[in-house]
Design a binder for this molecule. Sequence first.
Ligand code: 2AM
Ligand code: CA
Length: 267
Amino acid sequence: MHPMLNIAIRAARSAGKVIMQATEQLDKVETNQKGSNDLVTSIDIAAEEAIIAVIKKSYPDHGFICEESGEQGNAQSGYQWIIDPLDGTTNFIKGIPHFCVSIALKVNGKTEQAVVFDPVRDELFTATRGQGSQFNSYRTRVTKAKDLKGTVIGTGFPFKVKHYKETYLSIFSDMYDDVADMRRAGSAALDLAYVAAGRLDGFFEIGLKPWDTAAGELLVKEAGGIVTDFTGGHGYVSSGNIVVGNPKVVKAILAKMRPHLTPALSR
Ligand code: 2AM
Ligand code: CA
């Protein structure tokens, strides 16, 4: 295993410990509002500090982009860790046991290592660029679906950007006609890991942030899947409008989206 992936796993497990201890006394967790329907807890912050401490111990010169503390460290080093210490914060606050830690490492702008760790089920999803994607050390692949028939597609509602409601619901409605079922579980990073592990056939969401998707993207690609924006392009890197799955599933999802796209969703 690559030494940097090893450190990423150690960091994710250390954050997982902080998070799981907190679930035993949820009433003591402090919650603050960052933005519209966007919450942060004392645990997001403590878990992020735990991750940074583990990584800095081995790699004191690396840079970081973190959901809670923003950019820090040395971005010029060519190494940048992209960290979501607790993805699925709303689930965590409500006591719904579905959230994860997401850590990716970019080297000169390319994602090389990825970890998504579910501390509730002790499930570890990892990838190293060019070496495939693993679930608890076993190689994973995206599903082989040829179209939407029989598929289960994950999604997230645009709960922080509710003006997309109408467009989102028309896309959802058209897709719903063809799929077996849809899932809205509340942690985008875990949704992406589930696509990589073949648990979901595909996934789409509007307006995700780099720390929600950085690790999951590499997991999906290394599992044989593709990642696009809502037009099939690369705009997702800045827009966070993301579609993933095997190439045929992505094509089928994009076809359902096409009639409903507004300019803001076409990038
Ligand atoms: P969070 O828990 O770290 O806030 C839920 O739909 C998933 O999407 C979560 O992973 C949530 O991350 C993420 N998310 C982040 N920004 C979002 C946005 N603007 N709209 C919808 N989901 C968002
Ligand atoms: Ca997140």
